[in-house]
Design a protein around this ligand. Structure first.
Ligand code: C5P
Length: 227
């Protein structure tokens, strides 16, 4: 039986990609499946927590009825949803692969399809930065609130992950940071498994070889409870 060691905790998980509209039919996004976030949401729920999942588009991962699901599309919409939930939460698990930038809409306005005939010579896109959801919410933590951040990295090997996890932990002011490789076949976007380097704000760190995202979720929940 799952221990009920998260009973009484309210947990928010952000998961999946965001989709940044450019015109009426085109967008900028990434291949995140939301699987890691779904595993965390289910794990926290099974261990007794009240869970809200803020899901980016295309997150088809099953979520039990017991998990409150909010569907959003763009980074700004995800930010708004997470920001309104955050004051009532005890933990935030930020697994979403949020687009750091949105393409600026074409001059014609973003509601209609931009035609090939409008740019016979080709064209360049300009991007504007999106809010950093984790960083902005970690900055307004009340005492007792815990923040778990992720980092999608394209490092050549596992050894390079730990310094990246430590640096991001400090920069984002998270309590726990899990850096995973998204350029390895057994880890990252869409894979059922993850290999990662994990660091916490108390100086503890571990390297985890590839294991199922369900097992990763279990270990991360246990770690969050300990700090
Ligand atoms: O800086 P980087 O994008 O690598 O940080 C990754 C972490 O920050 C993840 O936990 C991700 O969910 C979160 N993040 C966010 N909003 C952004 C960018 C990243 O919440 N705009």
């Amino acid at each position: 039986l799952a221990p009920q060691d998260m009973a009484g905790l309210r947990v928010m998980v952000t998961l999946g990609p965001t989709r940044e509209a450019w015109d009426g039919v085109r967008f900028w996004s990434n291949p995140s499946s939301g699987l890691m976030g779904a595993a965390l949401a289910v794990c926290a729920w099974l261990r007794g927590a009240e869970v809200a999942a803020v899901c980016g588009p295309g997150v088809t991962a099953f979520l039990p009825r017991g998990v409150r699901r909010l569907d959003v599309t763009g980074a700004r919409e995800m930010h708004e949803a997470a920001r309104s939930l955050w004051p009532d939460m005890d933990m935030g698990m930020f697994t979403a692969a949020v687009a750091d930038f949105s393409p600026d809409p074409p001059e014609c306005g973003c509601g209609r399809k931009f035609k090939k005939s409008e740019a016979p010579e080709g064209f360049s896109l300009k991007f504007s930065p999106n809010p950093d959801i984790l960083q902005s919410l970690a900055a307004v933590c009340r005492p007792g609130q815990k923040v778990l951040g992720f980092a999608a990295e394209t490092t050549p090997d596992m050894d390079a992950l730990l310094p990246l996890a430590r640096a991001k932990l400090a920069r984002k002011k998270a309590d726990l940071l899990a850096a995973n490789r998204v350029n390895a076949p057994d880890s990252g976007f869409g894979a059922p498994t993850n290999s990662m380097a994990v660091a916490d704000a108390h100086g503890r760190e571990e390297i985890w070889p590839s294991q199922s995202k369900a097992d990763v979720a279990w270990e991360l929940c246990s770690w969050l409870l300990r700090i």
